[in-house]
Ligand binder design. Sequence first.
Ligand code: WT7
Length: 664
Amino acid sequence: MTIPQQDHTRTDQTRTDRTPDDETTFPPSPEFVADAVADSSLHDAASADRVAFWAEQSRLMLDWRTPFTSTLDWSAAPFARWFADGELNVAENCLDRHVRAGNGERVAIHFEGANGDTRTITYAQLTADVQRAANMLAGLGVGQGDRVVVYLPLIPEAVVTMLAIARLGAIHSVVFGGFSAESLRARIEDAGAKVVVTADGGWRRGAVSPLKPAVDEALQGEGTDSVEHVLVVQRGGNDIDWTDRDRWWHDEFAAAAPEHEAQAFPAENPLFILYTSGTTGKPKGIVHTSGGYLTQAAYTHKNVFDMHPEKDVYWCTADIGWITGHTYVVYGPLANGVTQVLYEGTPDEPKPGRWWDLVDAYGVTVLYTAPTAVRAAMKAGRQIPEARSLETLRLLGSVGEPINPEAWQWYRQVIGHDRTPIVDTWWQTETGGIMISALPGVTKLKPGAAQTPVPGIVAEIVDDDGHRVDPGGSGYLTITEPWPAMARGIWGDPDRFVETYWSRFPGRYFAGDGARLDGQGDIWVQGRVDDVMNVSGHRLSTAEIESALVGHEGVAEAAVVGAADETTGQAVVAWVCITEEAQASITDRDALVQDLRAWVAKRIGPIARPRDVFIVDELPKTRSGKIVRRLLRAVTEGRPVGDTTTLADTSVLTALQQHTARKR
Ligand code: WT7
């Protein structure tokens, strides 16, 4: 993997100057400490013997059918095996065991639909539903190792489906409902899925947004021949086409046997594939397995979010289409037997303040969301949350991108009544679970910093040569020791796994973030240093969007950059050169711009729709013809471009600057 010449080191040093390390910190309150799950003994135990620590956590967090005797096998590094001779059933750990322990009547899910319907589902009911759904899927031929693609809205059936697949030892691949037919097709094909579970449509802002038509479109053509059945949840009530392979969820569910005995599977049985964008155009199918993943999911969920299952009401606002939804909506909270809120809609439908109403309605105690949502709430104004109580909240979490200190302070003051700790959690699809975060009740909090690796994780910031930086320095965030929830590879492409994450710094895991180590040893994650953008906490690849753009007949060349955006963190900005034919035939450039934005949304999904598309005669290139993204980003953000000596023709920049000047 090549890392472009970094300017982050430079910006970073100025940032070190601007951010003294003795700035405001928030020590845990005595009341919080008194009842906190985590204390400093975790750090002590993990540093004394890291591998033994994980073994102990695993035994503490999970029920093993066959206890493991081997904790870590790193002999085939970087492909780890954790707890490999142990056997368990993931779904049983999330469901049946809580019922057996007498907690069947505890609410597992308070579901709130976007259109106002609600459902309260206890652990006993969820267990029963998953058992029946497992029988239903088995009836459609799903067994151990088979891949099932899940393309659903954020409704209880999504959780039930994921757990039913897990219960059978099969592998789910959840595709975010906002992704296009084309993205869905690529994922179905790559995984060779046997069954697709979808819905007729989901609710969004008072209207039905159809899902099944995208599945129909994705299944045209030979690449997706592996799919034998499509199981359809009735949710939107919209009209849909029907084929021989389609089955209604409610029909099959009613016909399936109610009881299902969970079989034990080896710890390294794959649990899911989740696709994520990288630096090339093709999304990577990140593979996670069972025992190690569930151990870290449960352990981090319990300790970072200070979970007291008997009294907490937890709410993670992520969709199940992302890793946050996998680990902190489905597996972590359910393994811990926690009550949670599941909300299908957006923060402000039908009117601003819907989220805060839900916090009050369900008495949410712990809220986990993304900085982009906090900034959007800031923009909407503090009077909206201030008109609600929010008294029940006692801990707040942040994930997805760096949280700027201003947003952190606002989150604590306005949402947390100047009282709640905030945990800023750094991790990735590939890490499976939280890696760097404060521990509430232990850590003195520092607004804007992810701070310290959680006990059991070892992270280091290194310079270009892979040497550890001293406090005050900055460089690349790497992980030096294997961890239980680490990805076990890229589906169908082991070489790419090694090359992408393990080759830049030999012996270290590196997935693309820059970071600073402050004078007190706290880590400040600063965002991607590769061609990956972070838009509203979602990862998007510049290369993938560029390849969608050049697939348009009017486009000759395209360069995409992530530009700073007040609300979404970064925004997609595309610079395109159009073909000679298009130049000759197109009269309305604005219409072409709109067409290109819609084209990207159709090819990849609405989240990838460029905020701006600039049509230009030329892109800034080196003499050897490489697009100089660093300059393009500077121009896009209206910053000084700095050194331009690498450019073949500097006059190109002046032309580009005129475009952004006009826009501002
Ligand atoms: C990338 C991973 C992990 C769940 C959501 C995104 C960025 C994530 C933080 C944070 C600074 C963060 C990184 C990372 N990121 N959390 N607390 N502070 N940056 O998962 O799609 O796999 O993206 O999100 O750049 O590499 P993902």
